[in-house]
Design a protein around this ligand. Structure first.
Ligand SMILES: C[S@@+](CC[C@H](N)C(=O)[O-])C[C@H]1O[C@@H](n2cnc3c(N)ncnc32)[C@H](O)[C@@H]1O
Length: 345
């Protein structure tokens, strides 16, 4: 059953963190980031702690405001946000040529929205790999309630050291997840290792585009806001991702920033100058209501202390994402399809 009501938001907030420890977890999380005096090195060295804290704190907000799939999407005019999200998932399945009987891995699977959709769309069995216990417990409940426990399952592990044998999967994908890796080459090498020779890995990566200027203070501020609001150690450029894939041993079959030709901008749902009834919770009024409600629930102790601060760094993230999208210095949909060569030479 979907948990997208106000009370679900309040009770889920903090994930597996004890309710009385949420406030200090928020402080510790914030301190990792530039906006609060943190640095990239510390974020990378402590990536598992930082990312897990982030998803414990943010998951119920994601579910409340966005749904079961935690990603953006290429969008056609006339398409609703939900429709575009599903189509974005189907696109990956088509690019990977998924067929019944294939054994598929979803790297960094969230609560499993994409893997349930892709498993139904392609008649495949999909394992979701995720390091966040709270998300796995939500995903398992949803698999069960939707009757998908046979085709969809989860494994709790770090994608930097996967508990799988070499040459194990027929296809692997990652949706807006490997951006959390402290080292892209090491992460892609792990994916390469567990993929069968001749098979493909496809992903949507969060990247800074070629328009990003590291010497521009505004660009740097936006990048830091996106990192803070999304639990990221450092956002890589599209070129760095491409290089990392090749260094890991992959042959890149195609790559493209899908944001560049999306008729409806991916950040539209977060853009406060827009209004939408179907994505009401993301509009300025919807966000004001959420903020006020979280404050009230925290006041009456239905939501843990620190909840309002989570809502506030997620607001910052939304502002950074919209600015980064408008200036075309950032994309959440750098797509690539990469193949593991048949012979490992
Ligand atoms: C933005 S969410 C995307 C989730 C999912 N792909 C979706 O689109 O709904 C990123 C996901 O990556 C997972 N993740 C981040 N770092 C990870 C790591 N080191 N190992 C495994 N999963 C990780 C997070 O727990 C989260 O589920």
């Amino acid at each position: 059953m979907s948990k997208s009501g106000a009370l679900d938001l309040a009770t889920g907030l903090g994930g597996k963190i004890k309710k009385q420890e949420v406030q200090s977890a928020v402080q510790q999380y914030e301190k990792y980031h530039v906006c609060f005096g943190g640095d990239e090195e510390t974020r990378k060295a402590n990536y598992a702690d930082m990312v897990n804290k982030y998803y414990d704190l943010a998951t119920s907000f994601y579910e409340y405001g966005w749904g079961e799939s935690f990603h953006f999407a290429h969008r056609w005019k006339g398409e609703s946000l939900r429709e575009s999200i599903k189509r974005h998932e189907h696109y990956l399945a088509l690019q990977l040529g998924l067929k019944a009987g294939m054994k598929v891995l979803d790297v960094g699977c969230g609560i499993g929205g994409p893997l349930r959709e892709i498993a139904r769309f392609s008649s495949t069995s999909i394992t979701g790999l995720n390091n966040n216990e709270y998300q796995i417990s939500r995903g398992t409940e949803l698999n069960h309630s939707l009757g998908l426990s046979d085709s969809c399952n989860f494994v709790k592990a770090d994608f930097m050291k996967m508990p799988f044998a070499d040459n194990n999967y027929d296809a692997i994908y990652a949706i807006e997840a490997t951006c959390h890796a402290p080292d892209a080459v090491a992460c892609y090498k792990e994916i390469y290792r567990v993929l069968k020779p001749g098979q493909c890995f496809a992903a949507y990566e969060w990247c800074m585009t070629d328009n990003f200027d590291p010497n521009n203070q505004i660009h740097q501020r936006i990048k830091a806001e996106i990192e803070l609001g999304n639990g990221l150690p450092d956002i890589r450029s599209t070129t760095q991702c491409l290089e990392a894939l090749k260094l890991a041993g992959f042959e890149v079959l195609s790559e493209k920033d899908l944001a560049a030709d999306s008729p409806v901008t991916w950040y539209l749902p977060l853009d406060t100058s827009q209004f939408s009834l179907t994505s009401f919770r993301l509009t300025p009024i919807g966000r004001f209501i959420t903020r006020t409600m979280v404050k009230a629930l925290e006041f009456v102790h239905l939501a843990p202390a620190g909840s309002e601060r989570v809502s506030s760094f997620l607001e910052k993230a939304a502002e950074g994402l919209v600015e980064g999208g408008r200036m075309e210095i950032f994309t959440p949909m750098y797509f690539f399809l990469a193949q593991k060569p048949v012979s490992d030479s």
